[in-house]
Design a protein around this ligand. Sequence first.
Ligand code: ASP
Ligand code: MG
Length: 602
Amino acid sequence: QEVETQTMSLIVQKFGGTSVADVEKIQAAARKAIRAQRAGHRVVMVVSAMGKNTDALLGLAAEISDQPPAREMDMLLSTGEQVSVALVAMAIDALGSKAVSLTGGQIGMKTDNSFSRARIQSISTERIERLLDQGHIVVAAGFQGTDDDLNITTLGRGGSDTTAVALAAVLGADSCEIYTDVDGVYTTDPRRLPEARRVEVISYDEMLELASLGAGVMHNRSIEFAKKFGVPIHVRSSFSDTSGTMIVAEPESTSQPVSGAAMTADEARVTVLGVPDVPGKSYQVFSAIAERKVAVDMVVQNVGKAGRADISFTVPRGELTATLQAVESVMDEVGADGLTHDDQVSKVSVVGMNMASQTNVAARMFRALADASVNIQMITTSEIKISTLVARSDATLALRAVHDAFSLHQKPSDAKTWSQIKAERGERADVDALVSRLRNDALEALTLTGISVTDHQARITLHGVPDYPGIAADMFETIGAAGIFVDMIVQGYDGEDAATSVSFTVDADAVAKSLEVARAIYKQHQMRDVQGTGDIAKVTVSGIGLRSHTNVATKLFHELAESDINVEMINTSELQVNAVIDAKFASTAAERLKVAFAPALH
Ligand code: ASP
Ligand code: MG
């Protein structure tokens, strides 16, 4: 008996709200779990609130109070899942199998006490394992836990995904199946572009980036869990038996530069003009915004002119007012000249694991936008993502243009299936080394994997870049044609005239050649100025969950400001925060960051 249960595979099946929206669907979910159990698996179900029940509860609360106490809100919202688990367990029982429903508290889901966005600290698996040993299907309530004082907490909207993957992680499940109303992950939102293709495999890193760009398939934090613990996730339709998309460590193709495109429609740009170009100014601006819990996205700091710089960034449109208030409150302290904004902008991005090792990916994207006559207002790049800011009226056109340009509707010729990947590397990705270093009482804590310095870098900046379609495409095609490998690219909004400025980094050995090419471009397009500096370094903080833990970039700014180090360029992604600084401070910066981030470093 003992031996048998140990070799039996365990699967976690998560059913979202639409998959348990009514009695028939609850029965269908119950049948799926029973079938899996009959096929020889131990089965843990994680269930969301029925249909739009969570929204209905939120509506009720809003009728009672504008400011419902956070604790009571979580008490209320957790009831949605409690209804579902009881009904699902009853349905299983009625079909003649054994099931036990459990609340978050009963599965020992311990969280911190930040109501409505609680983070998981630990999960005790004994009770679940005992019930599984006894032949039960365990039906666990998603989205909820309890804090140290046994207050009920919730994980944030969509949090049942995170419950499911976290359970799969601590139970050592063979896979985590996410049953939902879509049949997998697409190259872009199929409601926006019908030509989008369902992918068979996508990597954790790509999914993390796409999810934070608004591809609403999965709760971001669930992918962080999966990545930390190497849990294979299978996103599939609850209304059919066809297989969907596997989210695993590996990408679908090892050559295709881009695997997905995303559009975030409702963005706003904010520009702080004439910020004195001295250490600590970015920190003042961004910590004021962070205090209001607004997540800042694309950050571009134009290289200073006359000792002043313009800092532009984007925030969700709904947070613009709060952001402007935050910035206004520190304008005097910062000593900036002015503040502008635009709330008619959207972000269009491409994501792909393989772009890190390929040249000209950015140029291809910019060319696609130019050919569609779309003007790019801002650009930021990070290792596996390129984002552009465009006018909202151009956004869908822009999304389609890049989706086409990278032939995302076609399956890559070297695409691998999940079974091929498994055959090559075994059932689980190799994460044991990381997992063994994680503290089991802080499962969702920020997890950094390294702080490093890339020195021997140079930066080229073009000022007064005309603000019309095609310039970025021309520039980066020319640079690529000269055989120069570009690392970071930022294009910022220039307060001064109808122009922007573009900076990029290259290896220091390429600085002379890059300057030569940049000068030719500058003449051809009548720009204002070209600058090159050959002694910069890039400091990189790498880890998992760098964007859902919003304080990483702020802390980095803070530490550098405290050491009197000026941040010249910055980019952030799910995987890394990069800051470009003067090379002579590189090792000081790295040492200081290692100390500051020590508790999170693994
Ligand atoms: N019921 C919660 C929500 O609607 C959690 C979930 O569905 O994942 O956000
Ligand atoms: Mg839901």
